[in-house]
Design a protein around this ligand. Structure first.
Ligand code: PDD
Length: 278
């Protein structure tokens, strides 16, 4: 694989990052994951806008447009002959002697790599995900897409140990989001219910696209928090993320959702999202 590090394209075995990088020592870094279908980037502009916001929130001085990130993404896809999968991008504050005080003059480090992966035809899209719920113990700025991913990674692993696919995290009795996805339900009247954006969740790019589409179809969209019990009693449930697109949830803590199979609204939204992404 060819990867990108700080201005150069090179084989992954030759790529290196300083052990003093703030990303390594403090998770002082932000990232984006952008899907690739048929060799093309999905929703790149929206990812770049969110990246700009994450950087601003952390005071990392880096201009994605000036850096030519779009061209770098395209070049990397081309060099790796990537048809389907993702591009991972990470920008850290840079390299500095270890100190809790953030350096003001560090040069941000930029790394990108591609990962070939089936996104369109996946077992989960066909049969749905089984989810377990766990308390949300992450920090309270989940709207910033930082590389501080230890807790969600522990939760994903816990789900696997328990024979489930993933976790929905819960705070104050309400679902926040998945380990690496936003959480949604379809209620008995056909409305899409999803938590409003705030500092409690990541402002998902896929989430925003799905809400726009659902509003266009005339179906109701209600942005409010929902409980686990409400989700278990919902007609349908699903997650959204750049790599899962729209993936049905068919069980929550062992309780089947609807008839336990992916529902028609989820299937329709997924098909529409994919159609409009290629
Ligand atoms: N994760 N919430 C969390 C906590 C996430 O990590 C993600 C994405 C999302 C969905 O956002 P989007 O639709 O913009 O991908 C919500 C990516 C895919 C990851 O970490 O691999």
């Amino acid at each position: 694989r060819i990867v990108y590090v700080n201005g150069g394209f090179l084989p992954e075995a030759s790529a290196s990052l300083s052990i003093f990088d703030r990303g390594v020592l403090f998770a002082d870094a932000v990232y984006e994951v952008t899907a690739v279908i048929d060799g093309g980037l999905v929703d790149f502009d929206a990812h770049q806008r969110r990246l700009r916001r994450s950087l601003a929130e952390l005071g990392i001085d880096f201009d994605p447009e000036e850096a030519g990130l779009l061209d770098i993404h395209r070049e990397l896809i081309h060099r790796n002959d990537l048809r389907e999968g993702l591009v991972y991008l990470q920008i850290s504050r840079g390299v500095a002697d270890r100190s809790f005080l953030q350096p003001t003059n560090a040069q941000p480090s930029v790394i990108l790599f591609t990962q070939a992966q089936s996104l369109l035809d996946t077992p989960a899209a066909e049969s749905g995900l089984s989810i377990i719920t766990q308390p949300d113990k992450r920090w309270h700025r989940r709207d910033i897409k930082t590389t501080q991913l230890l807790y969600p990674s522990m939760m994903k692993t816990l789900a696997d140990e328990r024979g489930a696919h993933d976790v929905w995290m819960v705070e104050g009795g309400h679902v926040t989001e998945g380990s690496s996805s936003n959480a949604h339900i379809i209620t008995a009247d056909g409305s899409l219910v999803t938590r409003p954006i705030s500092q409690d969740i990541l402002h998902g790019i896929t989430r925003a696209a799905v809400l726009d589409y659902t509003r266009e179809t005339g179906a109701g969209v209600v942005e409010r928090a929902f409980t686990v019990a409400e989700a278990q009693g919902a007609r349908e449930a699903f997650i959204t993320s750049a790599t899962a697109f729209v993936t049905p949830v068919t069980a929550i803590d062992g309780v089947p959702i609807g008839d336990g199979h992916p529902g028609p609204a989820t299937r329709r939204i997924r098909a529409h999202y994919i159609d409009h992404s290629r």
